[in-house]
Design a protein around this ligand. Structure first.
Ligand code: C2O
Ligand code: CU
Length: 481
């Protein structure tokens, strides 16, 4: 598998300008009397991911584009989406991060029958929370999402903070051949047992980006969505000082990104930033990814126009109003433990953490692992398929704390369906912002505690969003009853 001679990882050589990073048109469905009605057709297609010197790429996508049509509605409105399956295999659509009724969650066999080739299914739900969400299949996600089936779902606040531009960047990472076609081998054992299917070409809104024009004094709300199967980004905005205003769609006290000021975003996660363009006319600022030491790359340049928009950054307020999430009561909360094990070097990670192997986690499952099936374990069980005995049964309308331990040598973005949770602590240290999230990125050997009110009845998926890890067993069901 060779990287493209001029892949995103050596993007400097591109001359082609791309408007793709700038704007995606909000999409309106066919029914004039219901502006919140959409039709999404999943099908094979061709798209231009890379500059003109290469050809187009065979992809799978919604509505003929990658990302699929941007769905944008107002908080409190009802959304109706008719999905048509023109693929040659079954599919479903999951509304990632949106608190939907269980039957609308798009999990094959668990919440609905998969949509057969040629079939249709209508999803309908109320948009309770404002924020940045996304949609993708939940059937063979590692290949369906990996080939381009995904799109942004933006639920606007009743009174959004004032900005000059609202930009959505859906990030993806593709493994392309030298002919710019998608390389095969989805779900291969090496990807499953290591860090997932990492690619060689990073796109913003389905296109290798060249540059984005900005103006001095301009204020941009940048909504980042990581739709990659496996790539974690740590975005360095150079001279700019981004302010984080929402995580996974949920408002957070505005703050500069922690650590070195890099915006950390694992697969499936979203980060809303306020970016004040503080540079001078003609300058450019490079956005780089620094997650993989030794494999940093320049994602895109922001290029200042000759005329500034205004002389100084505006002082408009940036704080978002909270969404109507029930506050967990930690005093009465029930406590649950979840331990993740497995993967390459998993035994070593467990020994280092003093975790002993019990039953399935290590013994006989090394056999399964050698056959490429059971690789990752949640409380000792590797999932096969979506029909599972619940890993936890949570009493409805009660508060619950789930203490999670990553006893593996890899990062994992852990996602819970149907709920948002507060991130209480990392390695025993309380978090500064007690952020609401639906996907929490756990570092190797890290422990985190989350808390939420289990107010949404049903069987909910709980899984790693590195899609090869999910396929390798890192998935379970949490029942709210
Ligand atoms: Cu984004 Cu279970 O999914
Ligand atoms: Cu994982």
């Amino acid at each position: 598998m060779k990287p493209l001679p001029h892949s995103a990882l050596s993007r400097r050589s591109f001359l082609a300008a791309s408007a793709a990073a700038g704007a995606a048109l909000p999409f309106r469905g066919a029914l004039a009397d219901n502006p919140n009605s959409f039709v999404l057709r999943a099908a094979q297609d061709r798209a231009r991911l890379v500059p003109e010197s290469w050809g187009e790429t065979d992809i799978w996508c919604y509505g003929g584009t990658v990302p699929g049509p941007e769905i944008r509605i107002r908080q409190g409105e009802r959304l109706r989406i008719e999905v048509e399956n023109a693929l040659n295999e079954e599919t479903t659509v999951h509304w990632h991060g949106v608190r939907v009724p269980n039957a609308m969650d798009g999990v094959p066999h668990l919440t609905q029958q998969p949509i057969a080739p040629g079939g249709r299914f209508t999803y309908e739900f109320d948009a309770m929370d404002a924020g940045t969400f996304w949609y993708h299949p939940h059937q063979r996600s590692f290949e369906q999402v990996g080939r381009g089936l995904y799109g942004a779902l933006i639920i606007e606040e009743a009174e959004p903070p004032r900005v000059d531009r609202d930009l959505v960047w859906v990030l993806d990472d593709w493994r392309l051949t030298e002919e710019a076609e998608i390389a095969g081998g989805f779900g291969g054992f090496h990807d499953k047992s290591h860090a997932g299917r990492l690619g060689n070409t990073v796109t913003i809104n389905g296109r290798v980006p060249d540059q984005v024009a900005v103006r001095g004094g301009e204020r941009i709300r940048l909504r980042l969505i990581n739709a990659a199967n496996a790539r974690i980004f740590a975005l360095d905005f150079g001279a700019l000082t981004p302010q984080v205003i929402a995580l996974d769609g949920q408002p957070v006290a505005p703050h500069a990104p922690g650590g070195r000021g890099w915006v950390l975003i694992g697969p499936a996660m979203r980060v809303d930033l306020i970016l004040d363009m503080t540079g001078a006319p003609g300058e450019r600022v490079t956005v780089s990814d620094r997650f993989h030491t030794g494999n940093n790359f320049q994602l895109v340049d922001l290029t200042y126009a000759d005329e500034p928009l205004r002389d100084a950054s505006p002082d408009w307020p940036v704080q978002l109003s909270p969404n109507p999430l029930p506050e967990p009561d930690l005093n009465s909360a029930r406590r649950h433990e979840v331990t993740f094990t497995g993967g390459m070097m998993g035994g070593m990670a467990m020994r280092e953490m003093g975790i002993t192997s019990e039953g399935r986690m290590m013994g006989n499952d090394m056999m399964g692992m050698m056959h490429g099936e059971d690789i990752w374990f949640v409380n000792g069980t590797a999932a096969r398929g979506h029909i599972l005995d619940p890993l936890l049964v949570l009493e409805r309308n009660r508060s619950h704390v789930v203490a999670m331990t990553n006893a593996t040598a890899f990062h994992h973005p852990i996602h819970l369906h149907g709920h948002s949770f507060r991130l209480l602590s990392r390695n025993g240290q309380p978090t500064t912002h007690r952020e609401w999230q639906d996907t929490v990125l756990m570092a190797p050997r890290e422990q985190v505690e989350i808390a939420f009110v289990a107010d949404n009845p049903g069987d909910w998926m709980f899984h790693c969003h590195i899609l090869e890890h999910q396929a390798g067993g890192m998935m379970g069901v949490i029942r709210v009853a």
